[in-house]
Design a protein around this ligand. Sequence first.
Ligand SMILES: [Zn+2]
Length: 94
Amino acid sequence: MNERIAETAERFESGSAEFYCECADPACTEWVEATLPSYEDVRSESTQFILAPGHALPEVEEVVERHEGFNVVEKVEPTLAAILTHLDPRAEPA
Ligand SMILES: [Zn+2]
């Protein structure tokens, strides 16, 4: 019990916190642990998100940083949207 409290306090002091994985899977319930400064840093870029390792989908997000407990990805959905639009014959009038 005390050990758990100490661990929590230690984490608090180091500024670590747990965040939801922000991968493309809406059903994903994974948590990732990251330090608050690194999370702030990631979120300061509107296209970057924190993901659990291995959750990145190459089609929609590119891993830009790999850390011990989490990966940082850059969403590339606009590109994907453009590709999908291009591939969809109904998107352009003949
Ligand atoms: Zn995930």
